[in-house]
Every structure is written in C-alpha cells, then in structure tokens.
Design a protein. Structure first.
Length: 120
C-alpha cells in the first residue's frame, strides 16, 4: 500500500512536467504535419512551382495562337504578300529570273523536315 502512495504522489508531483512534455510532443507533431504533411508547405511550394510553369506555357501558347490567328486573318482577306510568301515557302514557287539557293540538310534533318511538311 505504501508503494501505491509513493507512485501516486510522484505522479501528482510531476503532473506539470508531464503535461508540458505532452504539449511539446503535440506541438512537434503538428509542426511536422504542417511542413511535411499531405497539405504541408513542401507540397504547397511544389504546386506553386507547377502553377508558375504552366502559366509560362499558357503565355507562350497564347503568343503562338495570336501569331497564327493573324496569319489566318491575312490569308482569309486574300492579302497578296501573305499568299505569295506562303506559295514561296510551301510550294517552292519562284518568279521568272530568280535563283533559289538550297541548303543541304543531313539525313536526320531531312526526315524531320519531311515529317513537318507532311503534317501541315
């Protein structure tokens, strides 16, 4: 019976320290979850970086879209200089008396060029 009183007295005397240790462990656990958890700071930063990367891609694609839209508008209005430019680039047409210089391309470049012209 004496040992129960000693243990009970020790627990009663140490209650503040035990409470402090428990609260500190809880604070450490919550801090860990806030930084490295499923919705923590690391995940948030990674998602932020991904958002910025995707926004840059959207901006670049928007610029390309605007250029293509301008080209379509010029072709639909039958702009003579645009039509001539397209005929020279895609069909290889030349005016009488003009000389065309072609750059030799390697086999890998030739395949890529053929794929690009076939896709258009």
């Amino acid at each position: 019976m004496f040992s129960i009183r000693i243990a009970g007295g020790w627990l009663y005397a140490m209650r503040r320290m035990l409470a402090t240790v428990c609260i500190a462990m809880l604070a450490v656990f919550i801090g860990y979850k806030a930084v490295a958890g499923a919705n923590g700071m690391r995940v948030w930063q990674a998602k932020r970086a991904e958002i910025e990367k995707l926004q840059h891609e959207i901006d670049a694609d928007t610029v390309v879209h605007e250029q293509l839209q301008r080209q379509v508008d010029l072709l639909q209005r039958a702009d003579p200089s645009t039509i001539e430019k397209e005929a020279r680039e895609r069909l290889g047409l030349v005016k009488p008396g003009e000389h065309v210089l072609y750059e030799q391309i390697g086999a890998a470049d030739a395949r890529q060029f053929a794929e690009n012209t076939n896709s258009k």
